[in-house]
Design a protein around this ligand. Sequence first.
Ligand code: FAD
Length: 290
Amino acid sequence: MKASAFNYARATSVLNALELLVAHGEKAKVLSGGQSLMPALNLRLIYPELVVDIGGLAELRGIAVADNVLTIGALTRHVDLARSPEIAAHAPLLTEAIAHVAHPAIRNRGTIGGSLAHADPASELPACMLALDATIVVRGQAGERRIPAGDFFTGIYETALSAQEILIAVELPIAQRNSVHFFYEFARRHGDYALTGLAAQATVAGGAFTGLRMAYFAVGDRPLLARAAEPLLNAIVTPALLSEASKALAEELDPQDDQQASASMRRHLAKVLMVRCVSALLGRPDLNAG
Ligand code: FAD
């Protein structure tokens, strides 16, 4: 199919893009890498009057480290994340996760800002933002807002961004020396969207977690932290504790049936991932023995 007719504007600056968005209200759409927007246009799932292409704005591209914060510009492409030594050193969870996002051709154009603004609940990067306790930086004509990742994703393809705002960057606290991470997703084929996935980061001291953030994806309408299970595991983990955390996890998740997998299968996979994650991060194969 072909997209319905729309006007196209290539923004010359963030300010210019914001002016265009304000002038057209809900009828304008931002274009970054186009890897989700173009299919949606071509399938006629959306009918914007105007597409505002921000792809040429160099100010929104790049990775910087300062004051223990890793800042990633919205237009930084997936391939740039994958190859970045700064990301590998300070947010290695992202380096691992990005290899599971789609295929090389898509990673060559897709951007982190586009992925987060698109907010597919089965996407890897939104869950990583939760696990890493990121702050999402958005700009409107009134100025910038900094939104914790936990408040940014509000539903299926829905975020706290208004139609007159642009996501400009994400900020991540840099990984501590004793921090460990885990990433795994079940997918029918490598590069497909996940059936169920888990991105986690923790600090470990004395054989126990001192801070564990387990962010699930593809098990609800948005990425979700395992808020009930996590505190149970911030201790010396025993099989009994793990089993209690597993039950808490199953109760807090609300996956749906779809063509890819049933809700009960997703819930089961989420529990399997939690056991693998805890066992791997603590170096305790005994916990994964059953
Ligand atoms: P675009 O397509 O340009 O935009 C996506 C949406 O975000 C649009 O609504 C747009 O208006 C909005 N937007 C974009 N940038 C901004 C901004 N800076 N501020 C405000 N709004 C903005 N993704 C995964 O996570 N995992 C996968 O396994 C996966 N598999 C894929 C397989 C295929 C075949 C395809 C085509 C895509 C797949 N994707 C997958 C999606 C891909 O990662 C996209 O790159 C990503 O979702 C969107 O990034 P983009 O830069 O292309 O955004």
